[in-house]
Design a protein around this ligand. Structure first.
Ligand SMILES: NC(=O)c1ccc[n+]([C@@H]2O[C@H](COP(=O)([O-])OP(=O)(O)OC[C@H]3O[C@@H](n4cnc5c(N)ncnc54)[C@H](O)[C@@H]3O)[C@@H](O)[C@H]2O)c1
Length: 262
């Protein structure tokens, strides 16, 4: 057996752009990728969160920069990737992580909710992938999208959110096929419930006074009896973005605490 590279799980010399890296899963991915040797561009809407994560990364000796970015704005996204290229010289990895949630059925979802969810969760992935792609082609790079278990099975009360994550899964397959000839891979992760500010925020908003009860219910949804952690998602993202997965593209990897086992 011959090792293909000294350590295929390292990212030395690579540059990763991570959207929504100011919080939760994105912040964990930024830290793990940086610890594995990558330089990290934190593309984030919230300037306070973005700056805080960059300060933390630099504290760990990681080369990092906050790049302000609203993933829903075409011109802004184009400008953000120009800044990444100017600051780091190239781009190897894009993680489309920025996303927002929504609780509602067909009847209780308003048009404005639908538009907002699609703007961030679908159009945002489209715009970032589009503007990153010329740079990724130069480096035979890779995209990792954050889909959801809702891309694979029905989840009660998540009508608009589930549709957007279904679109992320099909976008992943489409991009993987179209850019295979250019050496760019594209995969997505389908997490069940992960304990992040995203979860705490929507428990506080949608179940005020019942947060603990609802937290336990959401934890029990996974047969393993708990929520996943942001670092567990980051570890799967690392696999999908490093050379260890060089023969993997167009795939949707569940990270579900056993939910899809049957
Ligand atoms: N937490 C879960 O249970 C879970 C499960 C499955 C999938 N996901 C997906 O994982 C991703 C990250 O989730 P999280 O739980 O870490 O969320 P989070 O709310 O903790 O973090 C999301 C980040 O995205 C940023 N963001 C929001 N809108 C943006 C925009 N327009 N432009 C740029 N940045 C923007 C926010 O400021 C925030 O920093 C999302 O796509 C989410 O749908 C989460």
């Amino acid at each position: 057996m011959i090792l293909t590279s000294p350590d295929p799980f390292r990212l030395d010399g690579k540059v990763a752009a991570i959207t929504g890296a100011g919080s939760g899963i994105g912040a964990a991915i930024a830290l793990l990728f940086g610890q594995r040797g990558a330089s990290v561009a934190v593309l984030e809407l919230d300037p306070v969160a973005g700056a805080r994560v960059v300060q933390d990364l630099r504290g760990h000796g990681i080369d990092a920069e906050f790049v302000p970015c609203d993933v829903t704005q075409d011109a802004g996204v184009a400008g953000a990737f120009t800044k990444v290229k100017e600051r780091f010289g190239h781009l190897d990895i894009l993680v489309n992580n920025a996303g927002i949630g929504h609780v509602g059925t067909l009847a209780s979802t308003h048009e404005a909710d639908f538009d907002r969810l699609f703007a961030v969760n679908v159009k945002g992935v489209f715009l970032c992938s589009k503007h990153a792609m010329p740079h990724l082609i130069e480096r035979q790079g890779v995209i990792c999208n954050l889909a959801s278990i809702a891309s694979l099975i029905g989840i009660a009360d998540r009508f608009a959110y589930s549709m957007t994550k279904g679109a992320v899964l099909t976008m992943t397959k489409s991009v993987a096929l179209d850019y295979m000839p250019y050496g760019v891979r594209c995969n997505c992760i389908c997490p069940a419930r992960i304990h992040t500010p995203f979860v705490d925020g929507y428990l506080a908003k949608n179940y005020p006074g019942q947060e603990k009860e609802m937290y336990d219910k959401l934890a029990a949804y996974q047969p393993m009896g708990r929520m996943g952690t942001p670092m567990e998602v980051a570890e799967m993202a690392l696999f999908l973005c490093c050379d260890a997965s060089r023969f993997v593209t167009g795939q949707a990897l569940p990270l579900d605490g056993g939910k899809l086992t049957g």
